[in-house]
Design a protein around this ligand. Structure first.
Ligand SMILES: *Cc1c(COP(=O)(O)O)cnc(C)c1O
Length: 236
């Protein structure tokens, strides 16, 4: 299967899941998770209708930027971000989806101030409470969201999660529903003119349809677009 066909197929599935849930398919953005892909493949995906690329690694992102590989698409950072790498990301991406600590938040705000930019972010939530995963612990998310809204150089746009791996996509549903509730709570308490909290990023190749049914506005899909990757860590 070609990338072009895969893009078509995934989009059709998103559309069907949205309609099933009584949602308008235009509310959902397909983010292509492009880790380990070549600049050529990324261009192919954009030519096939991908409008947002999500990158995990600072080094790959920088190389693809030098190559102009993302031209025509938005760029999101979706991987684990170390504070010492923040300077390579802030101002170069449209959205950082993976902010999970006050330390990282403050490093991003500091760099944004230095270059005179406002950086859009999502907070990543460790919704399964998994030791092995990044993401802010559930009980700290509201405080981190408040902090994000106080930072002038940061605009909080919503939440992101990577739920625990499950056998059956339907088993991810409780996590997605919990995310949806948290999203609604944070939106209600914190949304204002500066912080338009409208993004809920959840769902990957194995469970994006379920995520769409549960209210996702962004699904991050890699394997279903590009085929199987060589085994590297998913998130870190
Ligand atoms: C790789 C990755 C994805 C996509 O995973 P697939 O299962 O290949 O669709 C989504 N989100 C993040 C943060 C990723 O690292």
């Amino acid at each position: 299967m070609s990338v072009e066909q895969n893009v078509k197929e995934v989009k059709a599935k998103i559309e069907a899941a949205a309609r099933e849930a009584g949602r308008n398919p235009s509310e959902i953005t397909l983010v292509a998770a492009t880790k380990v892909q070549t600049s050529e493949t990324i261009r192919e995906a954009i030519a096939a209708g991908i409008t947002v690329c999500g990158e995990n690694r600072v080094q790959e992102l920088t190389a693809h930027l030098e190559d102009n590989a993302y031209e025509g698409a938005e760029l999101h950072f979706i991987g684990h971000l170390q504070t010492n790498k923040v300077k390579y990301i802030v101002g170069r991406v449209d959205l950082i989806q993976s902010v999970d600590s006050s330390r990282l938040l403050e490093a991003i705000a500091g760099q944004a101030a230095r270059i005179g930019r406002v950086q859009d972010i999502l907070l990543e939530v460790n919704i399964g409470g998994e030791e092995s995963k990044g993401g802010c612990p559930l009980h700290q998310v509201m405080d981190l969201a408040r902090l994000a809204c106080q930072e002038k150089q940061i605009r909080l746009r919503g939440l992101m999660c990577i739920p625990p791996a499950v056998e059956n996509p339907a088993d991810a549903r409780p996590y997605f529903e919990k995310m949806r509730q948290l999203f609604v709570d944070i939106k209600r308490e914190l949304e204002d003119n500066e912080n338009r909290i409208t993004y809920l990023s959840m769902g990957m190749s194995g469970d994006f349809e379920e995520a769409v049914r549960c209210g996702a506005t962004h699904v991050r899909v890699g394997t279903a677009l590009f085929g199987k990757r060589p085994p590297i860590g998913l998130h870190k």
